[in-house]
Design a protein around this ligand. Structure first.
Ligand SMILES: [Zn+2]
Length: 279
């Protein structure tokens, strides 16, 4: 399908009403020439940042925004290319902008994110020990039933967000249940963003058959193995799925794989610094 995408000149946190998906980066955790795969959704006067890696503040600055402009966050898992910018976000909110941002987060992942990552740099304070909710307005998504994995739903203005568990790490985990906490998102029941996941065709088949997806922004590792989906694995998917896949979270050497991607008839390589417009 045709997807309208154009380079971001100056990003805004409001628009005339369609859904804009700003791809702030399309790189893997180890890419040095690409920003990290963090995305910003905008519709009407509402926005949502999905993931905030170590380089997110710089990626936002490159499109004319500041991290302190961002008031709504959703985090998919605890790797640094997805959470490394949160310490700056929470300290800025409390001590500089004095404007507490919001985060959509399940109780289980809130405990993991706070206890294993965020508390170290901020817990001790001028007024004693602080907790997650001293830095973040907590927004709880509602659990959903009827899916083959744990799912939740919430809304950001008129943006519908569904979250689904994924199997990302460790690599020997047999299922999403055995994996560390990680999730992907379904946006407005039309755009699937896997965030990081190992190859999981059941996930794609379930959501594509339920929602007839328009586009799938899919984790794409340029080799097979480890904790991501390899490009060769994606190339083995049915054609109707391949044609919907925009490759993201790839390495610096992606140009070595352009002929493979063309042959597999993927939709495209995700373009960093572009807005994908869904009217
Ligand atoms: Zn990851």
């Amino acid at each position: 399908m045709k997807i309208s995408a154009y380079p971001i000149t100056e990003a805004k946190l409001s628009n005339a009403g369609g859904l804009d998906l700003l791809l702030l980066g399309c790189g893997s955790a180890f890419a040095s020439t690409l920003n990290q795969t963090n995305i910003l959704l905008v519709k009407d006067n509402h926005h949502l940042l999905i993931d905030c890696g170590t380089r997110c503040a710089t990626a936002l600055q490159q499109v004319g925004l500041s991290l302190s402009d961002i008031q709504m966050f959703l985090i998919t898992h605890s790797h640094a290319d997805h959470i490394g910018g949160l310490e700056q976000a929470q300290l800025t909110g409390r001590y500089i902008s004095k404007n507490k941002p919001s985060m959509i987060i399940t109780p289980q992942y809130q405990d993991i994110l706070w206890d294993q990552s965020l508390r170290g740099g901020v817990e001790q304070s001028e007024v004693g020990r602080l907790t997650f909710s001293d830095f973040w307005n907590v927004i709880r998504p509602n659990p959903l039933t009827g899916f083959n994995r744990d799912c939740w739903q919430t809304s950001v203005g008129s943006i519908d967000i569904k979250m689904f568990r994924t199997k990302h790490f460790p690599d020997q985990a047999k299922s999403w249940q055995d994996s560390a906490w990680s999730c992907g998102t379904l946006i407005d029941d039309r755009i699937l963003f896997t965030s990081d996941t190992r190859f999981d065709p059941e996930l794609l088949e379930e959501f594509d058959s339920s929602f007839n997806l328009e586009v799938i922004f899919h984790d794409c590792q340029l080799f097979t193995g480890g904790v991501h989906t390899g490009i060769e694995e994606l190339a083995g998917l049915p054609k109707d799925l391949r044609q919907k896949i925009v490759l993201v979270h790839y390495g610096d050497n992606w140009r070595d794989f352009t002929s493979l991607a063309t042959k597999a008839k993927f939709h495209s390589w995700g373009q960093q610094g572009y807005t994908y417009q869904f009217n």
